[in-house]
Design a protein around this ligand. Structure first.
Ligand code: 5RP
Length: 220
C-alpha cells in the first residue's frame, strides 16, 4: 500500500516519458509537480527550458538550473504537465487549490498536450466535493460572491492570500457541477472573475494516476 506522496511521485516519474527531447515544456504548480521537478533535475540536459505557471515553480526550476522563459517569448508548447485537485473520467479538472489557476489555464491553452499527474484520491465520479477556486479582481469580491450564491454555491474568501497576479480567491463550496463546460463558461462570464478553476473546455489529454498498489494508470 503506497502513501499519497509515493503515488504522486510515481505519476510524476511516468510523466517524463511525455517530454520530447530539446523542448520547452510547461510546468504546473503544487506538491505533485514538485516531484516532477525533482525528476526534471535528472534529465536537465535534454530539456531546453520551461514556461512556469507560478512564482513558486519558477524558483524551483531555476534552483535546478532549468531556464524559465516568458510565455510571450516562446511559441506554443509541446506539453504541459500539472496536477489537479479533482479530475473526472472525461478528464475535466478542478484546479487552483494552490492558487495558480489563472497562469495554469494560460499555459494549458498554449500547449498541444496537457498531461495531468495525480494520486488516485483525485479521481472522482463528479466534480465539486473540492471547493471550486475562482480568482477575482479585489474590487469585485462581493459582487462575484453574490452571483456565485445565485448559482447555488457557498463562496468563501481565501483569507490572507493574494495570487501571483495580485487578486483574491473565492473557494466555492457546494456547487452542483452537472455540466462542467457550461459551469466554467457561466462563471467566466461574471464581471470581475479573472479565472475559474474548472478546466473543462481545455481538459487534460492524458491522466497519469498513481495507484495505491504502486502502478500508474494511464487514462486518455
Ligand atoms: O491547481 C493546482 C495549483 O493551483 C494544483 O495542481 C492542485 O492544487 C494539485 O496540487 P497537489 O499536486 O499539491 O495535490
Amino acid at each position: 500500500m503506497k502513501t499519497q506522496d509515493q503515488m504522486k511521485m510515481a505519476a510524476a516519474k511516468k510523466a517524463v516519458q511525455y517530454i520530447p527531447d530539446n523542448a520547452i515544456i510547461g510546468v504546473g504548480t503544487g506538491s505533485t509537480v514538485n516531484f516532477l521537478i525533482d525528476e526534471l533535475a535528472t534529465i536537465r540536459d535534454r530539456i531546453d527550458g520551461a514556461v512556469s505557471s507560478s512564482e513558486a515553480t519558477t524558483a524551483r526550476l531555476k534552483a535546478i538550473g532549468i531556464p524559465v522563459y516568458e510565455l510571450n517569448s516562446v511559441g506554443d508548447l509541446e506539453v504541459y504537465i500539472d496536477g489537479a485537485d479533482e479530475i473526472n473520467h472525461h478528464l475535466h479538472m478542478i484546479k487552483g487549490g494552490g492558487g495558480a489557476l489563472t497562469r495554469e489555464k494560460i499555459v494549458a491553452a498554449a500547449s498541444r498536450q496537457l498531461v495531468c499527474i495525480a494520486d488516485e484520491a483525485k479521481l472522482v465520479q463528479k466534480l465539486g466535493a473540492f471547493p471550486l477556486p475562482v480568482e477575482v479582481l479585489p474590487m469585485a469580491r462581493s459582487l462575484v460572491a453574490r452571483k456565485l450564491v445565485k448559482l447555488g454555491g457557498h463562496p468563501e474568501w481565501r483569507q490572507d492570500y493574494v495570487t501571483d497576479n495580485g487578486n483574491i480567491i473565492l473557494d466555492v463550496h457546494g456547487l452542483n457541477i452537472m455540466a462542467p463546460v457550461e459551469m466554467e463558461e457561466t462563471i467566466n462570464h461574471i464581471p470581475g472573475v479573472i479565472c475559474c478553476g474548472l478546466f473543462a473546455r481545455r481538459h487534460a489529454d492524458v491522466l497519469l494516476l498513481g495507484r495505491a498498489d504502486g502502478t500508474v494508470q494511464v487514462l486518455e
